[in-house]
Design a protein around this ligand. Structure first.
Ligand SMILES: Cc1ncc(COP(=O)(O)O)c(C=O)c1O
Length: 450
């Protein structure tokens, strides 16, 4: 197996940085201007993380592609970190949104679309009752509140290096087995050790250790981890984990926001998981803000019994714009026409093609890396074998190398997710798009090892 010389990496990085700046004069100009009115020069702090000296400013996006203000076109394998897994602005959704926008955007009253979406989510995931929020973060937060309320337990259990949005309880990690604020946690309201237990994924012993205090209301989990790279559950893990949560009276939230990439009913349907809650955000409305959370019959009954009509608007579950007519129209159009079973029939083989292409390049250069696929997404890690938990994945992270590969791809017209090395396929992605990435990745691997 080859190792990568850091001197060589730095040399190549410098070359790519110069090229990026030279080729994006208009983005550079806008970024310089943005620094006068936007904190850090970006509309949202994580936009600083893009691999160049500044983010590329977008002009237009459609399907699997976008064009920047310098007129450069890109294949988008980031797809808004799953928010645009539908492809950018699918015509049928854009039309539904435009129609709804002319007919009333938010009223605090239901439209028939909400029923259609609730019925469709019930059909897809099997959970009978649904509610809407604006972000997956909020859907998780509301599900956690319900879980705490009905179990009357204080704590949330998460996996080490998970990500579930900006849910305060989830910004916790393990340091020598002790729960600590996760690195980078900005202004935690309390020490997360007070609210959270943390276990490594794929470790049933650690899960049981966390549950046996009988103080965990809910396990908040992605069925396969996608935010520390892709980490698949071991065979039989979920069956055993579910038995443990039941044994200790802990509920389970399946956060399918990213794992919806495996099929129309997420892993819940594909792997026949049996969660108490399902959360689905981001692409549910093709990127129009909206999310949904579903609950079982039992959860529905237990929570309904505890909410008094007079207090139902002050319980900490809310959002004036949640369930607005525009979100629901976008969700209906998306679920009916875009994120269909048929769409996955093209997206998933493309992710397989991505996986095979990258695996071939890794093998050819004898790099100690691996690539792994989960439905319509794939991801490479800088370690010979796929990590089995968040701790292992974090230990294999290489921020410098990651930035280099992202910038190398960006300079050649391919956008990867700025966090780790994820690539996602949408219904408009083509085999040629995937092959372009494969060629670029192979060239980068060759240059790195030359
Ligand atoms: C699994 C998962 N859940 C929830 C979220 C939060 O989504 P949002 O930022 O739209 O609230 C994310 C965001 O990346 C996520 O990856």
């Amino acid at each position: 197996m080859k190792t990568i010389s850091r001197a060589r990496l730095h040399q190549l990085q410098e070359r790519e940085e110069k090229r990026f700046v030279a080729e994006h004069p208009k983005s550079a100009e806008l970024y310089a201007r943005a620094k006068n009115s936007l904190l850090g020069g970006v509309p949202m702090n994580w936009m600083k993380k893009w691999a160049g000296a500044f983010p590329v400013f977008v002009a237009t996006a459609k399907g699997a592609r976008f064009t920047d203000v310098d007129g450069r076109e890109y294949v988008d394998l980031c797809l808004g970190d799953t928010g645009a897994m539908t492809g950018h602005s699918p015509d049928v959704v854009a039309e539904a949104i435009a129609r709804r926008a002319r007919e009333g955007i938010t009223l605090m009253l239901p439209t028939e679309d909400s029923l259609w979406v609730g019925e469709e989510l019930r059909r897809r995931f099997g959970l009978p009752y649904w509610q809407f929020a604006l972000t997956a973060t909020d859907a998780n937060r509301f599900a956690i509140r319900i879980a705490r309320e009905i179990t009357q337990r204080p704590k949330v259990l998460v996996y080490n290096y998970c990500y579930h949005g900006t849910v305060d309880e989830s910004f916790a990690g393990l340091h020598d087995g002790v729960v600590v604020p996760r690195r980078g946690n900005i202004g935690p309201p309390v020490n997360p050790a007070e609210t959270t237990r943390v276990a490594e994924f794929n470790d049933l012993g650690a899960l049981e250790d966390a549950l046996k205090h009988h103080d965990v209301a809910v396990l908040l989990a992605e069925p396969a981890m996608t935010n520390a790279g892709i980490i698949l559950p071991d065979d039989g893990y979920w069956k055993a984990a579910r038995e443990l949560t039941r044994k200790y009276g802990t509920l389970l939230i399946a956060d399918e926001t990213h794992t919806i990439c495996v099929g129309p009913g997420g892993c819940t349907r594909l792997w026949q998981l049996d969660p108490d809650f399902v959360v689905f955000g981001k692409p549910i409305g093709s990127g129009i803000p909206g999310s949904a959370y579903g609950v079982t019959e039992e959860v529905a009954q237990r929570i309904s019994a505890r909410i008094a009509l007079e207090d139902c608007d002050v319980g900490g579950i809310g959002g004036t714009l949640a369930g607005n007519t525009l979100s629901l129209a976008a969700m209906r159009a998306t679920l009916e026409n875009v994120l269909t079973a048929k769409a996955y029939e093209t997206m998933i083989p493309l992710a397989q093609r991505f996986n095979d292409g990258v695996a071939g390049a890794i093998k050819k250069q004898a790099l100690p890396w691996n690539v792994i696929q989960l439905g319509a997404r794939a991801e490479y890690h800088f370690t010979p074998n796929p990590p089995r938990n968040g701790g292992e994945s974090a230990a294999a992270a290489d921020f410098e190398l990651e930035r280099f590969l992202h910038l190398y791809a960006l300079n050649r017209g391919v956008l990867l997710t700025p966090f780790h090395n994820m690539a996602l396929m949408c219904p408009a992605t083509t085999a040629a798009d995937v092959d372009l990435h494969t060629r670029i990745f192979a060239d980068a691997a060759r240059e790195l090892t030359a």
